[in-house]
Design a binder for this molecule. Structure first.
Ligand code: FCB
Length: 435
């Protein structure tokens, strides 16, 4: 069966930041620091999903999706990032899971979508190897409560983006600009993934996946320099996170100089490569890469995709890039590639309600339609794709962009928190009904 779903993440929708024993995450800290997010927006209230979740589940039930990918807030469940459980936090996710099941929607929780407990950050966060072990401890305690009802689990969301944006460039929480010194963050997240897979299996969890952000990388020209630069970028963005999980190896990082991966210990790669039931991939756009313009820095430069329409974010709309990505994964990993689920795909648009209050987001309808067709082409070309999740159910807190990028099938008025399904919601509803 092919799973059709929608996706969200805890910090982007829940709000209730200080309620019922939830401790701050790195995103609470970061978004409250001046200048970190556009207009100083924070997730304090977000979509208030913590209180309005029954309405949101009803919206999905009406939409007719099979599955809902959401994330669990680690500091809501285990405020110190290790040790004591916050029962009210776990109760919230149990209510949500039971509410979804009652509506006939499969719950697909992600255990880490970037909101590390601030207390764990104070112990060094993902630069500290202990965080990987603490993550598995947290995975175990969530699974002990919910594994009997949750059919599919995702360990991490986009460890590449968390490393690159959060720890290399500092534009996401925790705001560190370590450049290549952020590499241990990749390894410790991956180790945490592997340890969490074991913990989930031990608790009787059903299917277990990881979600990676993947981009097909195109060289800006066929010059040797551009091709080499594109390969270097592909290694960092895609292979650094897919190879260890699927092949139990790290790619050759020599384009990045003489790196010593002394944080990788014996046995780690075997842990990281624990068999999975699927690979989650998030796709937004391809990347065009050229040789670096100056020496001494990173071995690539982003040349930008041209000649395609763009979203409100300025991201190029290239639907066939999704087919290219899926067939590329199959070609690269062959038998080592488990079934693939597109765990995020979608676009931000301006989405201003018309005079009658409706939101006629035709560009989103075209985006989704074309990307779904690209998934079907990949399937016809033999890729075992088993699901597609729209990012996102609701307009929400888009990280450093605050509430400025609207990705939802459902419009949210951030003053009143009123939800209004957009035209794309009606389109997807009839698409799903016609299956
Ligand atoms: C992905 C994130 C998700 C959302 C989309 C637009 O990188 O996983 O939370 O912000 O981008």
């Amino acid at each position: 069966m092919f799973l059709w779903g929608t996706a969200t993440a805890a910090y982007q929708i829940e709000g209730a930041a200080g309620e019922d024993g939830r401790a701050p995450s790195i995103w609470d800290t970061f978004s409250h620091e001046p200048g970190r997010t556009r207009d100083g927006h924070t997730g304090d209230v977000a979509c208030d999903h913590y209180h309005r979740w029954p309405e949101d589940v009803a919206l999905m039930s009406e939409l007719g999706v099979d599955a809902y990918r959401f994330s669990i807030s680690w500091p809501r469940v285990q405020p110190a990032g290790t040790g004591a459980v916050n029962p009210k936090g776990l109760d919230f996710y149990e209510r949500l899971v039971d509410g979804l099941l009652a509506a006939g929607i499969a719950p697909v929780p992600t255990l880490f979508h970037w909101d590390l407990p601030q207390a764990a950050q104070e112990r060094g966060g993902w630069l500290n190897r202990d965080t990987a072990h603490h993550f598995a401890e947290y995975a175990a305690l969530v699974a002990e409560r919910l594994a009997d009802r949750v059919p599919m689990w995702i360990t991490l969301n986009e460890p590449f983006v968390h490393m690159a944006f959060g720890h290399a460039m500092g534009i996401h929480a925790p705001g560190q600009a370590l450049m290549l010194d952020a590499l241990p963050v990749a390894h410790h997240q991956l180790l945490g993934h592997g340890l969490a897979v074991a913990a989930l299996r031990a608790a009787g969890a059903g299917q277990v996946l990881i979600t990676n952000n993947c981009t097909p990388v195109r060289p800006a020209s066929d010059s040797d320099e551009d091709v080499a630069a594109a390969e270097a970028y592909d290694i960092l963005h895609n292979r650094l996170f897919n190879d260890p999980v699927l092949l139990a190896t790290y790619p050759d990082l020599s384009p990045y100089g003489d790196l010593t991966l002394d944080f990788v210990r014996d046995g780690d790669l075997a842990t990281i490569a624990a068999p999975l039931d699927g690979l989650g991939v998030n796709y937004y756009n391809p990347t065009r890469i050229a040789a670096p313009t100056e020496a001494g820095g990173l071995p690539f430069t982003d040349a930008g995709i041209t000649g395609h329409p763009t979203t409100a974010f300025g991201w190029p709309v290239v639907p066939d890039g999704l087919r290219e990505l899926l067939t590329g994964l199959r070609d690269r990993y062959g038998q080592a590639l488990p079934p693939v689920y597109v765990t995020e795909n979608g676009c931000s648009q301006t989405d201003v309600p018309g005079p009658d209050g409706t939101i006629d987001d035709q560009a989103r309808i075209a985006f989704l339609d074309e990307h779904i067709q690209a998934v079907m082409r990949a399937q016809r070309e033999g890729v075992d794709v088993r699901g597609y999740f729209v990012w996102s159910l609701l307009d929400n807190f888009e990280w450093a962009e605050g509430y400025h990028q609207r990705f939802g099938l459902v419009h949210v008025d951030f003053e009143t928190l009123r939800r209004t399904p957009k035209a794309s919601y009606a389109w997807l509803k009839s698409f799903l009904a016609a299956r």
